[in-house]
Write a new protein. Sequence first.
Lengths: 502, 157
Amino acid sequence: MGNFDLLLKGFQLAFSFNNLLMTIIGGFLGIIVGAMPGIGSAAGISLLLPMTFKMNPNVAIIMLAGIYYGDMFGGAYSATLLNIPGDSSAVCTALDGNPLAKKGKAGKALASGNIASFIGGSVGIIFLTLAGPALAEIGLKFGPAETAALIFLALTSIGWLLGDNPTLGLVATGVGLMLAVIGTDSATGAIRFSFGNFNLISGLSFVPLIIGMFGFSQIIEMAVAIHDIDTSSMTKISISESILTKDELKSILPPAFRSAVLGNLVGFLPGAGGTTSAFLCYILEKKIGKRGKYLGTGEITGVAASESANNAAAVGSFVPLLGLGIPGSSTSAVLFGGLMMWGLKPGPLLFETNPDFVWGLIASMYIGNIVCFILGMLIIPLLCTILKISTKTLIPIITVICIIGSYSVNNNLFDIGTMLVSGFVAYYFKEYGIPVAPILLSFVLAPKLELSMRQAMGISHGSISIFFTRPISCVILILTFIMLLTPVVRSFMKKKNRSKES
Amino acid sequence: MLIIEIIMMIAGAVWAYYGLFEYGFSANGGPGSGFFPVIAGVIVVLLCALDIFNRISARQPINGKMKTPQQKECLMLTFIPSQLRPLFVLAYGFMGIILLSLFGIIIAGVLTCGIWLKFISKKNILQSLAVACLTTGVLYGVFVIWLRVPFPRGILF
């Protein structure tokens, strides 16, 4: 059966009542989570993950994927209306969205963001439909050495792409690897780092860990914050105010399409995600856009570039996730963990062993993108009300969700403790500039890396030469070393230039 | 910052030590159970050392991003010294565990949510009760009735 036939079959699945309902619920929740300042898609999906355990994996992933791209739609609302990005990927949206709101054009800004998000998402899904199976076919040719090299590349690029200090990004990656080896070694049965605690024999639970790192750490941040969110300047917006003129619509199409393509490609890279792609596309628009020099003063083209890019990147991160089993962002790492818990192995084989699942998900994205676009326009008045909920009220509500969600995974109080401690540690990590996302990404990838390394070195009788003698793995490792060395060389050149100038 | 990096270095050293001497770096001509912990531990130790060295050589403040005087102000937890505020939130979370194991999900949910709303967020008693009951009710519906999660049975439920 060809990919097109499989996609059509996927549409049949996606149009079933349950799946359609979950697409709408996911999109709706995603827009609300995205609109609420400071929560973000990773935290939103982490908090809702426990609710999906008893669902059919198809239905569950459709809902969670809906939350992910719905979140990208929603991020523009608080960025525009409150000048506080709902998600970090909407930072650039605030640069033009809020000045537009101050000029009384909040509706136009939100409509531009919505249309651009739709374009970004649509381009991303078309890429996913074409590139996902192609990448999976390449992935099928990978042996243990190539898989290990690829994960190694992903882990190192995660560290470099996040944060101002690449060394700390890599430290965080190392911490994730350390946490991942706690528990029983699946190859030998040896119990590692349990320190006599029987709760650790099966390792650290993934869901409490992510709820803590993304949800509870956020609660601590909100609780120690200096100011509450100022909603006094927020005006009511009607749908009629949000309709764009023909010229306005024409002006946002080129930046939306440009950013969709670039944002999608950036989304493929591990660790890059929506924030990096939105920044890159915004800078590109500033340089090459017709009204680039006015960006930052309240231009709908700026909103369009940023929103299209972050949506395209969100969908783009599904390409390596489904094609190679490598999550492209922290949110897709959460989804990766979810897939593992539902008994599915993300990776090239997924397209062969579970075609209904993969194509059902892809088809649901086409529908979900349209649903989010319509919902995004219709629920503007409701979102204005939701955005007025203060953090003072949100803190205890999210805390109770964190506690109950963590317990529900294994029905174990120890998991709540894991959630609280990981959130506390993650809070201090963030305070001191250590990124948290690489911990999560390396935590989910470590078991696969360890297994592949062991298998590869088993084949070569303990020699690491296997990684260098196989051409694909050798090329990937060379890329890894280039990636590792680039910042070192760059800082050396900077120092040299500075000493020359002085 | 230095304290966090030193703690991570110690943890990395422990991982490497256990990997080498307890679990076995190699077994049957291939990597053993300790192989991966050694790699992870060594990476963390070396990179933390590198970061500390970089900070010292660049003469950056070794304490990293420390609290500014402005951050002593706080929206809600003004009655607690600034450095203890995160610890207070952690203790509040642990209070939730104790309440859950003692009283079951309904009372624990209402108390955990309501106590913060009434005493920290300074909402009036009616608002606090309404939000706490609504939140707990929705979560009870989802987790207990729909997902059938067996929560600890408390005094009443």
